[in-house]
Ligand binder design. Structure first.
Ligand SMILES: [Fe+2]
Length: 365
């Protein structure tokens, strides 16, 4: 799998000393809020100091991180002579960390490294502590970054940015707001389901995808009971991890690329955007070449209507109009989906164009 993973409550203090194997001075990449308010920053830096590992903090990973977030971080990393990245956060912090690792040793801007690139210089080692239960980025070769010049997200993809070490400690999730547990959990759901349908899916990846989906279907409804237990959160963290294994093998299909437009234009949370679109995309695929695969998947959740109701019961928006999309914006969304799915279209057995995207968005409206 490439990544070394610890999955254990209390694992942060226990395994941070291993960072010494990878570097002497770490750049801690994070967002601005959760890591500081939750006391996690003190916990991490306290352990680093005890071990004699130097660090610099870069809290510059925005929720939808763009190229500037990466380039500024890389600049700081070089200036401070950091030889290792410690990314702490959800997918945004982890992806910024992975992208900084490339730019810091190869120069230029992250814009030079979108796509599958062979790097001249080895990227810095990346260590990851996820604080949500949806990204899977702790074990994948992808870093997804917003390119504002094209109004879409682009991906840096390379085996070399798979984190060297990931510490998954469910205690970190104890104070994560329930709506984020649900939204990120549904992102993991989308990773698993899209991976299952991707061209490169095989026995192993499908095994991980299926198990991930089963766990999410069982435990995500439990987040609605008060209080949302740490056990349920931990199960979702596990589901997110194994969906990441599946995703790393296959990539996503079109749901993610279609969702980018909703995130960029309407500020819809990444996981929420995927959850909203999934039933409508599946309904389309079921009638256009994916009958067999969809029948297998529907054994787990029933038909499209049931999946749509499942999303609704979680308190998530289930139609485009629920997030403020006007019907006149469907044309624009279809246009952006063409750009957003450029990469993932390679993972599809059928090719989908602008008119088909329009149809899917219309049904989702
Ligand atoms: Fe995702």
């Amino acid at each position: 799998m490439g990544a070394k993973v610890y999955f254990e409550r209390g694992g942060i203090e226990k395994y941070i000393p291993e960072i010494k194997k990878y570097g002497k001075k770490v750049l801690i990449v994070s967002g601005k809020s959760f890591i500081f308010k939750s006391g996690l920053f003190e916990k991490i830096t306290g352990t680093l100091s005890k071990e004699g590992i130097k660090y610099i903090s870069y809290p510059g990973a925005n929720p939808e991180p763009d190229t500037e977030n990466v380039d500024k971080g890389a600049e700081l990393c070089i200036k401070e002579g950091c030889d290792c990245i410690l990314a702490v956060g959800g997918g945004s912090a982890i992806d910024v960390g992975k992208a900084i690792a490339v730019v810091a040793t190869n120069g230029g801007s992250v814009k030079d490294y979108f796509g599958e690139v062979q790097y001249k210089n080895e990227p810095l080692p990346v260590i990851v502590i996820p604080t949500t239960c949806g990204t899977g980025s702790e074990v994948t070769r992808f870093a997804v970054i917003v390119d504002r010049s094209q109004n879409t997200k682009k991906t840096v993809s390379s085996e070399k940015i798979i984190p060297k070490l990931s510490i998954l400690d469910a205690e970190v999730l104890a104070t994560l707001p329930v709506h984020l547990v649900v939204a990120t959990g549904m992102d993991a759901f989308s990773h698993a389901a899209e991976s299952y349908l991707a061209k490169r899916a095989d026995f192993i990846s499908k095994m991980f995808a299926r198990e991930s989906l089963k766990i999410i279907l069982e435990f995500i409804p439990q987040t609605k009971t008060e209080p949302c237990s740490l056990d349920a959160r931990e199960k979702l963290l596990l589901a997110s991890l194994i969906a990441g294994f599946a995703l790393n093998r296959t990539g996503t299909i079109i749901v993610h690329g279609m969702g980018y437009a909703l995130t960029i234009l309407y500020n819809t949370h990444h996981g929420t955007a995927n959850a909203l679109l999934l039933p409508y995309v599946f309904e389309y695929l079921k009638r256009n070449g994916y009958e067999e695969e969809m029948t297998e998947l529907e054994l787990m959740w029933g038909d499209t209507e049931r999946l749509n109701n499942f999303v609704k019961r979680l308190g998530l928006p289930s139609r485009l109009r629920d997030i403020g999309v006007g019907k006149d914006k469907i044309e624009k969304l279809a246009e952006l989906a063409v750009v957003g799915t450029q990469r993932s279209m390679k993972n599809m057995k059928i090719q989908i164009g602008r008119d088909d995207f329009k149809k899917i968005f219309e049904s989702a409206w």
